[in-house]
Write a new protein. Structure first.
Length: 120
C-alpha cells in the first residue's frame, strides 16, 4: 500500500524543524538532550539518547529560534533508530502555557507556506 493511500490521522500539519530539546521524566531526575525532527501545534518527533515507554510524561525545554518553550509532553510512541544507539519518540504536548502556544503557533504557521512550495 502506498503512503498516498494511507489516511493521515494528525489534525495539525507538521513542519520539518531541527531544534535542540532537553527532556526529563516529569517526576524528576536528570535532563537528557535530543534534537527535534518535526513540530506541530500539538507535538514533536525527536531523536533521543534514551528509551522512554509509551505513556511517560516528560518536562521539555524546546529551543525554537530565539525562545525556549517548556511544554509537558506525553510519549505516544518510541522506537530504536536503525544502526544507532538512539531512539525516535513521538511526543504529544499535554500542557503548554498560552504564551508558548502562541509562539509555537506563529512559528508553525510561518513555516507552512514552505511545505506548499515543496509539494508543487
Amino acid at each position: 500500500m502506498s503512503t498516498d493511500t494511507i489516511k493521515e490521522k494528525r489534525q495539525f500539519r507538521r513542519v520539518s524543524a531541527k531544534f535542540p530539546i532537553r527532556y526529563q521524566i516529569r517526576r524528576g531526575g536528570f535532563f537528557a538532550s535530543g534534537l527535534t525532527e518535526n513540530l506541530s501545534l500539538t507535538g514533536a518527533r525527536l531523536n533521543a539518547d534514551r528509551f522512554f515507554p509509551q505513556g511517560i510524561n516528560l518536562n521539555l525545554e524546546l529551543n525554537i529560534l530565539s525562545k525556549v518553550i517548556n511544554p509537558v509532553g506525553r510519549v505516544v510512541w518510541s522506537q530504536p533508530r536503525a544502526h544507532s544507539n538512539r531512539y525516535q519518540m513521538g511526543i504529544e504536548f499535554i500542557e503548554i502555557n498560552p504564551q508558548d502556544k502562541n509562539y509555537l503557533t506563529d512559528y508553525v504557521n510561518m513555516r507552512i507556506p514552505e511545505l506548499s512550495e515543496c509539494q508543487k
